[in-house]
Design a protein around this ligand. Structure first.
Ligand code: ZN
Length: 317
């Protein structure tokens, strides 16, 4: 394997779509949530040290290839069982299996990554793309879905913890941060930027990710089923969602110093997709819109001050 790109982020952050887009680029293979290759989805609360081996009896409880189901030639039961018993050179073996130069995976959390790599101090030789939604959109997505944490305060704690771990994690490879909303608003420029930063071969056709056949695991939707249901017109990457202002969530976010601090770090260090706009499309979820209003109202910072902070923190995240 020449390169591994790990996509990190919290839940509902666009990682499935992003891994499919990158997996549509030439010579790139996408496995998405590879931890489900060896972990039982029915016991998703379990840790990787639990022994729930893949057997022919319980195979139905495991997550299968989204393209070919349990008959996938890439992720066969024998391969998965061997991976489960010995995780040495884990990503190298996934890459060999797909026969790709660059492997993209989206296990999202540092906990998953450390279980798979089994290295100390989170020193990974992989590149990392941190994908984030602003806290307003995150809470909107999270609370709108059935999930075990139905408490906005706890959900926000989870969001802050996830991103703090990703920001603090030491990587030997490159690490970049991308706002999902900004990517959705300018997907072509966004993909160009990602390709340039990670030395990937750019091809705008990759934005039509449903046209490629990818043997990916997990993710929050099956692109091939969705394509059948919606047709190609329903698949295009759409502009960032407009969400309803919710006073309860807004109050919680404004009082949540931890989330504010993490969100500041993400914003200040993110890739600027359109250099001419200087971040004018920074995600914000409530009126009045605009970077200045967002920083002033949410964090008590002025636009100029935020820019100065950005300059001083440029290589320290
Ligand atoms: Zn398959």
């Amino acid at each position: 394997m020449k390169q591994h790109i790990f996509i990190g982020g919290s839940s509902f952050t666009g990682s499935t779509m992003m891994s499919l887009v990158l997996g549509s680029l030439p010579t790139i293979g996408n496995v998405n949530e590879s931890h489900w290759l060896i972990s039982n989805h029915a016991k998703s609360g379990a840790t990787f040290t639990d022994k729930f081996y893949i057997t022919n009896k319980n195979i139905d409880q495991f997550v299968h290839c989204q393209l070919c189901g349990d008959a996938c030639q890439y992720w066969s039961i024998d391969f998965r069982r061997a991976l489960q018993e010995d995780k040495n050179e884990y990503y190298q073996r996934l890459s060999n299996q797909l026969g790709c130069d660059v492997l993209v995976s989206a296990e999202k959390s540092i906990d998953n990554l450390s279980h798979l790599c089994e290295t100390k101090d989170h020193d990974f030789t992989c590149d990392m793309l941190i994908l984030f939604k602003d806290p307003w959109r995150f809470l909107h997505s999270w609370m709108g879905r059935s999930h075990k944490i139905q408490n906005p305060q706890k959900a926000l704690n989870f969001w802050a913890r996830s991103y703090e771990q990703l920001l603090n994690c030491k990587t030997i490879g490159r690490k970049h941060i991308l706002s999902l909303s900004e990517f959705q608003n300018q997907p072509e420029q966004g993909l160009q930027k990602i390709c340039a930063e990670f030395s990937l071969p750019y091809n705008r056709d990759a934005l039509q990710y449903w046209q490629t056949q990818q043997h990916y695991i997990g993710g929050n939707f099956n692109v091939y089923k969705r394509l059948k249901e919606k047709g190609t017109e329903g698949m295009a990457i759409r502009s960032a969602e407009k969400i309803q202002y919710n006073k309860e969530y807004d109050d919680i976010i404004r009082r949540h110093k931890w989330a504010q601090s993490v969100y500041n770090r993400l914003c200040q260090n993110r890739l600027i997709i359109d250099i001419n706009q200087h971040g004018a499309t920074l995600p914000n979820a409530f009126p009045p819109t605009g970077l200045q209003a967002l920083y002033t109202k949410a964090f008590g910072l002025s636009y100029c001050k935020a820019n100065k902070v950005k300059a001083s923190l440029k290589h320290k995240f």
